[in-house]
Design a protein around this ligand. Sequence first.
Ligand code: UDX
Length: 446
Amino acid sequence: MAVIAKNCPDIKVEVVDINEIRIKAWNDNDVANLPVFEPGLAEIVKKSRKNNLSFSTDVESSIKNADMVFISVNTPIKEKGMGAGKTSDLRWVESCARQISKSAEGHTIVVEKSTLPVKTAQTIKDILDSSSMYTDKKSTFSVLSNPEFLAEGTAINDLENPDRVLIGGDDLDAMNSLKNIYLNWIPDEKIIFTNLWSSELSKLSANAMLAQRISSINSLSAICEVTGADIGDVANAIGMDTRIGNKFLKTGPGFGGSCFKKDILNLVYLSRYYGLNEVADFWQETLKINSWQQNRIYKQIVEKLFGNLAGKKIAILGFAFKENTNDTRESPAIDICKNLLNEGAFLNIHDCKVKKETIQKDLFNNGCIDENLSWSYKDNVYSALEETHAAILITEWSLYKTINWGEILSKLKKPFWIFDTRLILKPKELNKLGIKIWQLGYGNNI
Ligand code: UDX
Protein backbone atom coordinates (compact mmCIF):
# COMPACT_ATOMS: atom_id res chain seq x y z
CA MET A 1 0.00 0.00 0.00
CA ALA A 2 2.92 2.32 0.70
CA VAL A 3 4.23 1.76 -2.82
CA ILE A 4 0.78 2.39 -4.32
CA ALA A 5 0.53 5.62 -2.28
CA LYS A 6 3.97 6.71 -3.47
CA ASN A 7 3.24 6.11 -7.15
CA CYS A 8 -0.36 7.33 -7.19
CA PRO A 9 -0.50 10.75 -5.48
CA ASP A 10 -4.17 11.16 -6.48
CA ILE A 11 -5.29 8.03 -4.68
CA LYS A 12 -6.01 8.12 -0.97
CA VAL A 13 -4.68 4.96 0.66
CA GLU A 14 -6.03 4.09 4.11
CA VAL A 15 -4.53 1.09 5.90
CA VAL A 16 -6.86 -0.14 8.63
CA ASP A 17 -6.45 -2.82 11.26
CA ILE A 18 -8.30 -3.75 14.44
CA ASN A 19 -4.96 -4.08 16.25
CA GLU A 20 -4.40 -0.70 17.93
CA ILE A 21 -0.82 -1.41 18.94
CA ARG A 22 0.21 -2.16 15.38
CA ILE A 23 -1.52 0.89 13.96
CA LYS A 24 0.13 3.03 16.62
CA ALA A 25 3.49 1.64 15.58
CA TRP A 26 2.77 2.40 11.91
CA ASN A 27 2.06 6.00 12.98
CA ASP A 28 5.17 6.28 15.16
CA ASN A 29 7.16 9.45 14.47
CA ASP A 30 10.34 7.47 14.66
CA VAL A 31 10.13 5.24 11.58
CA ALA A 32 12.69 2.89 13.10
CA ASN A 33 9.78 1.61 15.21
CA LEU A 34 7.58 0.49 12.30
CA PRO A 35 6.32 -3.06 12.88
CA VAL A 36 7.96 -4.47 9.74
CA PHE A 37 11.62 -4.09 8.83
CA GLU A 38 12.00 -3.90 5.07
CA PRO A 39 14.81 -1.99 3.32
CA GLY A 40 13.44 1.24 1.80
CA LEU A 41 9.99 0.98 3.38
CA ALA A 42 10.48 3.42 6.25
CA GLU A 43 11.49 6.25 3.89
CA ILE A 44 8.38 5.76 1.72
CA VAL A 45 6.07 5.53 4.73
CA LYS A 46 7.56 8.65 6.27
CA LYS A 47 7.06 10.68 3.09
CA SER A 48 3.64 9.32 2.10
CA ARG A 49 2.16 9.64 5.61
CA LYS A 50 2.31 13.39 5.09
CA ASN A 51 0.30 13.08 1.88
CA ASN A 52 -2.02 10.26 0.86
CA LEU A 53 -1.16 7.33 3.16
CA SER A 54 -2.79 6.91 6.55
CA PHE A 55 -3.03 4.20 9.20
CA SER A 56 -6.03 3.90 11.48
CA THR A 57 -8.33 1.58 13.40
CA ASP A 58 -11.43 3.17 11.97
CA VAL A 59 -12.24 0.12 9.86
CA GLU A 60 -15.91 0.83 9.34
CA SER A 61 -15.79 4.35 7.96
CA SER A 62 -12.76 3.56 5.86
CA ILE A 63 -14.60 0.71 4.13
CA LYS A 64 -17.72 2.85 3.80
CA ASN A 65 -15.81 5.49 1.83
CA ALA A 66 -13.67 3.12 -0.23
CA ASP A 67 -14.06 2.35 -3.93
CA MET A 68 -11.66 -0.54 -3.61
CA VAL A 69 -10.78 -2.69 -0.58
CA PHE A 70 -7.71 -4.95 -0.47
CA ILE A 71 -7.96 -7.92 1.88
CA SER A 72 -4.41 -8.39 3.14
CA VAL A 73 -4.73 -10.50 6.25
CA ASN A 74 -2.78 -13.45 7.54
CA THR A 75 -3.77 -16.90 6.25
CA PRO A 76 -1.67 -19.31 8.33
CA ILE A 77 -2.02 -23.08 8.27
CA LYS A 78 -5.05 -24.31 10.20
CA GLU A 79 -4.16 -25.67 13.64
CA LYS A 80 -7.32 -27.55 14.55
CA GLY A 81 -10.18 -29.46 12.95
CA MET A 82 -10.66 -30.62 9.38
CA GLY A 83 -7.58 -29.95 7.24
CA ALA A 84 -5.45 -29.08 10.30
CA GLY A 85 -1.78 -28.81 9.36
CA LYS A 86 -2.69 -28.97 5.68
CA THR A 87 -4.81 -26.06 4.56
CA SER A 88 -5.09 -22.35 5.35
CA ASP A 89 -7.06 -20.97 8.23
CA LEU A 90 -9.43 -18.57 6.52
CA ARG A 91 -11.10 -17.12 9.61
CA TRP A 92 -9.56 -13.67 9.12
CA VAL A 93 -10.44 -13.57 5.42
CA GLU A 94 -13.99 -14.54 6.27
CA SER A 95 -14.30 -11.92 8.98
CA CYS A 96 -12.96 -9.28 6.59
CA ALA A 97 -15.57 -10.27 4.01
CA ARG A 98 -18.29 -9.98 6.67
CA GLN A 99 -16.97 -6.61 7.82
CA ILE A 100 -16.88 -5.34 4.23
CA SER A 101 -20.41 -6.52 3.53
CA LYS A 102 -21.58 -4.75 6.68
CA SER A 103 -19.83 -1.44 6.10
CA ALA A 104 -19.55 -0.97 2.32
CA GLU A 105 -21.79 1.44 0.46
CA GLY A 106 -22.47 1.65 -3.28
CA HIS A 107 -20.27 -0.45 -5.52
CA THR A 108 -17.05 -1.79 -4.00
CA ILE A 109 -14.25 -3.70 -5.68
CA VAL A 110 -12.84 -6.27 -3.26
CA VAL A 111 -9.32 -7.44 -4.02
CA GLU A 112 -7.80 -10.61 -2.57
CA LYS A 113 -4.20 -9.73 -1.79
CA SER A 114 -3.55 -12.44 0.79
CA THR A 115 -2.35 -15.73 -0.70
CA LEU A 116 -5.33 -18.03 -0.61
CA PRO A 117 -6.31 -21.57 -1.50
CA VAL A 118 -7.91 -21.90 -4.93
CA LYS A 119 -11.64 -21.05 -4.92
CA THR A 120 -11.50 -18.71 -1.91
CA ALA A 121 -12.81 -15.89 -4.09
CA GLN A 122 -16.06 -17.87 -4.24
CA THR A 123 -16.29 -17.82 -0.42
CA ILE A 124 -15.76 -14.07 -0.39
CA LYS A 125 -18.35 -13.60 -3.14
CA ASP A 126 -20.90 -15.77 -1.33
CA ILE A 127 -20.51 -13.82 1.92
CA LEU A 128 -20.68 -10.43 0.21
CA ASP A 129 -23.67 -11.34 -1.96
CA SER A 130 -25.72 -13.11 0.69
CA SER A 131 -25.48 -10.46 3.38
CA SER A 132 -26.31 -7.60 1.05
CA MET A 133 -29.54 -9.44 0.16
CA TYR A 134 -30.87 -8.83 3.68
CA THR A 135 -30.25 -5.07 3.93
CA ASP A 136 -31.73 -2.19 2.03
CA LYS A 137 -28.32 -0.62 1.44
CA LYS A 138 -28.17 -2.37 -1.94
CA SER A 139 -24.40 -2.51 -1.94
CA THR A 140 -22.81 -4.33 -4.86
CA PHE A 141 -19.40 -5.98 -5.15
CA SER A 142 -16.84 -7.22 -7.64
CA VAL A 143 -14.22 -9.66 -6.38
CA LEU A 144 -10.74 -9.74 -7.91
CA SER A 145 -7.64 -11.80 -7.21
CA ASN A 146 -4.38 -9.87 -7.31
CA PRO A 147 -1.71 -12.08 -5.74
CA GLU A 148 1.50 -10.53 -4.50
CA PHE A 149 4.83 -11.93 -5.72
CA LEU A 150 7.19 -9.74 -3.68
CA ALA A 151 9.90 -11.39 -1.63
CA GLU A 152 10.80 -10.11 1.83
CA GLY A 153 14.03 -8.16 2.01
CA THR A 154 13.63 -6.97 -1.59
CA ALA A 155 9.95 -6.04 -1.35
CA ILE A 156 10.21 -2.40 -2.40
CA ASN A 157 12.23 -3.15 -5.51
CA ASP A 158 9.97 -6.12 -6.35
CA LEU A 159 6.93 -3.84 -6.12
CA GLU A 160 8.50 -0.98 -8.08
CA ASN A 161 9.76 -3.32 -10.84
CA PRO A 162 7.65 -6.48 -10.80
CA ASP A 163 8.14 -9.25 -13.37
CA ARG A 164 4.38 -9.22 -13.80
CA VAL A 165 1.16 -8.10 -12.13
CA LEU A 166 -1.61 -10.66 -12.18
CA ILE A 167 -5.26 -9.65 -12.04
CA GLY A 168 -7.88 -12.40 -11.94
CA GLY A 169 -11.58 -11.74 -12.21
CA ASP A 170 -14.73 -11.88 -14.29
CA ASP A 171 -15.74 -8.20 -14.24
CA LEU A 172 -13.73 -6.39 -16.89
CA ASP A 173 -14.56 -2.90 -15.56
CA ALA A 174 -13.29 -3.79 -12.11
CA MET A 175 -10.19 -5.43 -13.57
CA ASN A 176 -9.45 -2.29 -15.59
CA SER A 177 -9.90 -0.08 -12.52
CA LEU A 178 -7.22 -2.06 -10.71
CA LYS A 179 -5.02 -2.12 -13.80
CA ASN A 180 -5.23 1.69 -14.01
CA ILE A 181 -3.70 1.95 -10.55
CA TYR A 182 -0.71 -0.17 -11.56
CA LEU A 183 -0.33 1.64 -14.89
CA ASN A 184 0.91 4.64 -12.88
CA TRP A 185 4.31 2.94 -12.73
CA ILE A 186 4.17 -0.45 -14.42
CA PRO A 187 4.20 -0.97 -18.21
CA ASP A 188 1.01 -2.28 -19.79
CA GLU A 189 2.59 -5.50 -21.12
CA LYS A 190 3.51 -6.61 -17.61
CA ILE A 191 -0.09 -6.57 -16.39
CA ILE A 192 -1.95 -9.78 -17.18
CA PHE A 193 -5.61 -10.69 -16.90
CA THR A 194 -6.85 -14.21 -16.12
CA ASN A 195 -9.94 -15.72 -14.57
CA LEU A 196 -10.12 -15.88 -10.77
CA TRP A 197 -9.10 -19.51 -10.39
CA SER A 198 -6.08 -19.25 -12.71
CA SER A 199 -4.89 -16.25 -10.73
CA GLU A 200 -5.25 -18.01 -7.37
CA LEU A 201 -3.60 -21.19 -8.69
CA SER A 202 -0.74 -19.27 -10.38
CA LYS A 203 0.32 -17.82 -7.06
CA LEU A 204 0.41 -21.22 -5.34
CA SER A 205 2.20 -22.74 -8.33
CA ALA A 206 4.87 -20.03 -8.58
CA ASN A 207 5.77 -20.52 -4.93
CA ALA A 208 5.68 -24.30 -5.24
CA MET A 209 8.02 -24.23 -8.27
CA LEU A 210 10.45 -21.89 -6.48
CA ALA A 211 10.45 -24.07 -3.37
CA GLN A 212 10.96 -27.15 -5.52
CA ARG A 213 14.09 -25.59 -7.05
CA ILE A 214 15.50 -25.06 -3.56
CA SER A 215 14.77 -28.64 -2.56
CA SER A 216 16.39 -29.81 -5.79
CA ILE A 217 19.62 -27.92 -5.16
CA ASN A 218 19.60 -28.93 -1.49
CA SER A 219 19.26 -32.59 -2.43
CA LEU A 220 22.23 -32.17 -4.78
CA SER A 221 24.25 -30.52 -1.99
CA ALA A 222 24.16 -33.83 -0.13
CA ILE A 223 25.38 -35.72 -3.20
CA CYS A 224 28.23 -33.22 -3.57
CA GLU A 225 29.33 -33.86 0.00
CA VAL A 226 29.72 -37.60 -0.52
CA THR A 227 31.18 -37.53 -4.03
CA GLY A 228 33.62 -34.63 -3.80
CA ALA A 229 31.73 -32.48 -6.30
CA ASP A 230 31.44 -28.78 -5.48
CA ILE A 231 27.88 -27.44 -5.14
CA GLY A 232 28.92 -23.93 -6.23
CA ASP A 233 30.38 -25.28 -9.49
CA VAL A 234 27.39 -27.55 -10.06
CA ALA A 235 24.88 -24.71 -9.49
CA ASN A 236 26.86 -22.47 -11.80
CA ALA A 237 27.01 -25.08 -14.55
CA ILE A 238 23.29 -25.85 -14.27
CA GLY A 239 22.32 -22.18 -14.11
CA MET A 240 24.17 -21.29 -17.31
CA ASP A 241 21.61 -23.31 -19.22
CA THR A 242 19.23 -20.51 -20.21
CA ARG A 243 16.29 -22.92 -20.02
CA ILE A 244 17.02 -23.42 -16.32
CA GLY A 245 18.36 -19.98 -15.40
CA ASN A 246 20.74 -19.08 -12.57
CA LYS A 247 18.37 -17.72 -9.93
CA PHE A 248 17.17 -19.63 -6.89
CA LEU A 249 19.96 -22.18 -7.05
CA LYS A 250 21.67 -21.40 -3.75
CA THR A 251 21.88 -24.30 -1.39
CA GLY A 252 21.00 -23.46 2.20
CA PRO A 253 19.50 -24.75 5.45
CA GLY A 254 16.10 -25.19 3.80
CA PHE A 255 13.52 -22.63 2.81
CA GLY A 256 11.58 -20.72 5.43
CA GLY A 257 9.17 -17.80 5.27
CA SER A 258 5.45 -17.55 5.49
CA CYS A 259 4.64 -18.73 1.97
CA PHE A 260 6.47 -21.72 0.57
CA LYS A 261 5.47 -24.39 3.07
CA LYS A 262 1.93 -23.13 3.40
CA ASP A 263 1.36 -22.89 -0.33
CA ILE A 264 2.73 -26.36 -1.00
CA LEU A 265 0.54 -27.76 1.78
CA ASN A 266 -2.43 -26.09 0.12
CA LEU A 267 -1.49 -27.56 -3.25
CA VAL A 268 -1.13 -31.02 -1.71
CA TYR A 269 -4.49 -30.67 0.05
CA LEU A 270 -6.20 -29.50 -3.15
CA SER A 271 -4.70 -32.40 -5.14
CA ARG A 272 -5.80 -34.99 -2.59
CA TYR A 273 -9.27 -33.44 -2.44
CA TYR A 274 -9.61 -34.06 -6.17
CA GLY A 275 -8.15 -37.59 -5.91
CA LEU A 276 -4.86 -36.61 -7.56
CA ASN A 277 -2.71 -38.55 -5.11
CA GLU A 278 0.37 -38.84 -7.35
CA VAL A 279 0.37 -35.07 -7.82
CA ALA A 280 0.01 -34.58 -4.06
CA ASP A 281 2.88 -37.00 -3.37
CA PHE A 282 5.10 -35.17 -5.87
CA TRP A 283 4.73 -31.81 -4.13
CA GLN A 284 4.86 -33.34 -0.66
CA GLU A 285 8.42 -34.55 -1.40
CA THR A 286 9.56 -30.92 -1.73
CA LEU A 287 8.61 -30.39 1.90
CA LYS A 288 10.13 -33.69 2.97
CA ILE A 289 13.53 -32.74 1.50
CA ASN A 290 13.27 -29.36 3.23
CA SER A 291 12.92 -30.84 6.73
CA TRP A 292 15.50 -33.49 5.90
CA GLN A 293 18.01 -30.76 5.01
CA GLN A 294 17.52 -29.05 8.39
CA ASN A 295 17.80 -32.35 10.17
CA ARG A 296 20.96 -33.46 8.46
CA ILE A 297 22.67 -30.17 9.36
CA TYR A 298 21.86 -30.78 13.00
CA LYS A 299 23.16 -34.35 12.76
CA GLN A 300 26.44 -33.10 11.27
CA ILE A 301 26.83 -30.74 14.22
CA VAL A 302 26.32 -33.48 16.79
CA GLU A 303 28.65 -35.83 14.94
CA LYS A 304 31.47 -33.31 14.54
CA LEU A 305 31.21 -32.29 18.21
CA PHE A 306 32.01 -35.87 19.29
CA GLY A 307 28.39 -36.98 19.58
CA ASN A 308 27.84 -34.89 22.68
CA LEU A 309 26.44 -31.38 23.11
CA ALA A 310 25.65 -31.53 26.83
CA GLY A 311 27.40 -28.69 28.61
CA LYS A 312 28.64 -27.19 25.32
CA LYS A 313 28.03 -23.60 24.29
CA ILE A 314 27.14 -22.97 20.65
CA ALA A 315 26.80 -19.63 18.83
CA ILE A 316 23.86 -19.29 16.45
CA LEU A 317 24.56 -16.68 13.80
CA GLY A 318 21.23 -15.57 12.39
CA PHE A 319 17.68 -16.46 13.30
CA ALA A 320 15.63 -14.79 10.52
CA PHE A 321 14.57 -17.04 7.63
CA LYS A 322 16.82 -15.01 5.33
CA GLU A 323 18.78 -11.76 5.41
CA ASN A 324 17.25 -8.26 5.41
CA THR A 325 14.14 -9.21 7.31
CA ASN A 326 13.10 -9.59 10.94
CA ASP A 327 10.67 -12.35 9.98
CA THR A 328 11.26 -15.76 11.58
CA ARG A 329 8.22 -17.60 10.30
CA GLU A 330 9.22 -21.18 9.33
CA SER A 331 12.87 -20.18 9.76
CA PRO A 332 15.17 -23.23 9.62
CA ALA A 333 16.84 -21.74 12.72
CA ILE A 334 13.84 -22.75 14.82
CA ASP A 335 14.11 -26.50 14.32
CA ILE A 336 17.89 -26.55 14.27
CA CYS A 337 17.99 -24.67 17.61
CA LYS A 338 15.29 -26.84 19.19
CA ASN A 339 17.25 -29.97 18.26
CA LEU A 340 20.48 -28.54 19.69
CA LEU A 341 18.74 -27.53 22.92
CA ASN A 342 17.28 -30.99 23.16
CA GLU A 343 20.84 -32.40 23.06
CA GLY A 344 21.69 -30.25 26.08
CA ALA A 345 23.60 -27.45 24.31
CA PHE A 346 23.53 -23.86 25.58
CA LEU A 347 22.90 -21.40 22.72
CA ASN A 348 24.17 -17.85 22.30
CA ILE A 349 21.79 -16.50 19.66
CA HIS A 350 22.59 -13.44 17.54
CA ASP A 351 20.58 -11.86 14.74
CA CYS A 352 20.87 -8.44 13.09
CA LYS A 353 17.13 -7.67 13.25
CA VAL A 354 15.17 -10.33 15.14
CA LYS A 355 14.20 -9.35 18.69
CA LYS A 356 14.77 -11.42 21.81
CA GLU A 357 11.03 -11.82 22.50
CA THR A 358 10.45 -13.31 19.04
CA ILE A 359 13.16 -15.93 19.54
CA GLN A 360 11.83 -16.77 23.00
CA LYS A 361 8.36 -17.26 21.55
CA ASP A 362 9.58 -19.32 18.58
CA LEU A 363 11.66 -21.65 20.70
CA PHE A 364 9.66 -21.99 23.87
CA ASN A 365 6.15 -20.95 22.98
CA ASN A 366 6.31 -17.88 25.16
CA GLY A 367 8.64 -18.85 27.87
CA CYS A 368 8.21 -22.23 29.50
CA ILE A 369 12.00 -22.53 29.64
CA ASP A 370 14.05 -20.00 31.53
CA GLU A 371 16.18 -18.01 29.10
CA ASN A 372 19.31 -18.04 31.23
CA LEU A 373 19.28 -21.81 31.62
CA SER A 374 19.36 -22.74 27.96
CA TRP A 375 20.07 -19.74 25.82
CA SER A 376 21.18 -16.17 25.82
CA TYR A 377 20.33 -13.33 23.44
CA LYS A 378 23.41 -11.53 22.16
CA ASP A 379 23.28 -8.25 20.30
CA ASN A 380 26.98 -8.31 19.59
CA VAL A 381 28.34 -11.04 17.36
CA TYR A 382 31.71 -11.19 19.16
CA SER A 383 30.13 -11.69 22.56
CA ALA A 384 27.91 -14.37 20.98
CA LEU A 385 31.07 -16.26 19.99
CA GLU A 386 32.91 -15.98 23.30
CA GLU A 387 33.60 -19.29 25.06
CA THR A 388 31.69 -21.32 22.46
CA HIS A 389 32.66 -24.71 21.00
CA ALA A 390 31.05 -24.06 17.62
CA ALA A 391 29.17 -21.50 15.52
CA ILE A 392 26.27 -22.31 13.22
CA LEU A 393 25.74 -19.73 10.49
CA ILE A 394 22.07 -19.93 9.55
CA THR A 395 21.16 -16.52 8.08
CA GLU A 396 23.36 -14.89 5.43
CA TRP A 397 23.64 -11.44 7.08
CA SER A 398 26.58 -9.60 5.49
CA LEU A 399 27.89 -8.76 8.95
CA TYR A 400 28.95 -12.39 9.31
CA LYS A 401 31.19 -12.10 6.25
CA THR A 402 33.24 -9.45 8.03
CA ILE A 403 33.82 -11.21 11.36
CA ASN A 404 37.48 -10.91 12.35
CA TRP A 405 38.04 -14.50 13.47
CA GLY A 406 41.68 -13.83 14.34
CA GLU A 407 40.54 -11.26 16.91
CA ILE A 408 38.16 -13.61 18.69
CA LEU A 409 40.29 -16.76 18.29
CA SER A 410 41.74 -16.80 21.81
CA LYS A 411 38.22 -16.73 23.29
CA LEU A 412 36.97 -19.75 21.36
CA LYS A 413 37.05 -23.32 22.72
CA LYS A 414 39.29 -25.69 20.78
CA PRO A 415 38.78 -27.54 18.53
CA PHE A 416 36.41 -24.91 17.19
CA TRP A 417 33.92 -25.79 14.47
CA ILE A 418 31.97 -23.51 12.15
CA PHE A 419 28.97 -24.89 10.28
CA ASP A 420 28.35 -22.54 7.37
CA THR A 421 24.94 -23.34 5.89
CA ARG A 422 24.98 -20.33 3.52
CA LEU A 423 28.45 -20.68 2.00
CA ILE A 424 29.47 -17.13 2.82
CA LEU A 425 32.68 -17.76 4.78
CA LYS A 426 36.19 -18.36 3.43
CA PRO A 427 37.22 -21.88 4.48
CA LYS A 428 40.91 -21.57 3.59
CA GLU A 429 41.40 -18.47 5.73
CA LEU A 430 39.61 -20.09 8.64
CA ASN A 431 41.62 -23.29 8.30
CA LYS A 432 44.81 -21.23 8.50
CA LEU A 433 43.67 -20.04 11.92
CA GLY A 434 43.14 -23.65 12.98
CA ILE A 435 39.35 -23.33 12.83
CA LYS A 436 37.51 -26.33 11.41
CA ILE A 437 34.72 -25.60 8.98
CA TRP A 438 31.89 -27.63 7.49
CA GLN A 439 30.04 -26.10 4.57
CA LEU A 440 26.90 -27.40 2.92
CA GLY A 441 27.66 -29.06 -0.39
CA TYR A 442 31.38 -29.37 0.37
CA GLY A 443 31.27 -31.44 3.55
CA ASN A 444 34.56 -32.94 4.61
CA ASN A 445 36.45 -32.01 1.48
CA ILE A 446 37.76 -28.82 2.99
C1 UDX B 1 8.67 -15.98 -1.51
C2 UDX B 1 8.58 -15.76 -3.03
O1 UDX B 1 9.90 -15.56 -3.55
C3 UDX B 1 7.70 -14.58 -3.35
O2 UDX B 1 7.53 -14.45 -4.76
C4 UDX B 1 6.34 -14.76 -2.69
O3 UDX B 1 5.54 -13.63 -2.91
C5 UDX B 1 6.49 -15.01 -1.21
O4 UDX B 1 7.35 -16.12 -0.97
P1 UDX B 1 10.01 -14.89 0.51
O5 UDX B 1 9.45 -16.02 1.31
O6 UDX B 1 9.92 -13.51 1.06
O7 UDX B 1 9.31 -14.85 -0.94
O8 UDX B 1 11.57 -15.16 0.26
P2 UDX B 1 12.46 -15.89 -0.84
O9 UDX B 1 13.52 -14.96 -1.24
O10 UDX B 1 11.67 -16.51 -1.91
O11 UDX B 1 13.17 -17.01 0.03
C6 UDX B 1 12.43 -18.07 0.64
C7 UDX B 1 13.37 -19.04 1.32
O12 UDX B 1 14.16 -19.75 0.38
C8 UDX B 1 14.37 -18.37 2.26
O13 UDX B 1 14.49 -19.15 3.44
C9 UDX B 1 15.66 -18.37 1.47
O14 UDX B 1 16.81 -18.36 2.28
C10 UDX B 1 15.53 -19.66 0.70
N1 UDX B 1 16.31 -19.67 -0.55
C11 UDX B 1 16.01 -18.81 -1.57
C12 UDX B 1 17.34 -20.60 -0.72
O15 UDX B 1 17.62 -21.40 0.18
N2 UDX B 1 18.02 -20.60 -1.89
C13 UDX B 1 17.76 -19.75 -2.92
O16 UDX B 1 18.45 -19.84 -3.97
C14 UDX B 1 16.72 -18.82 -2.75
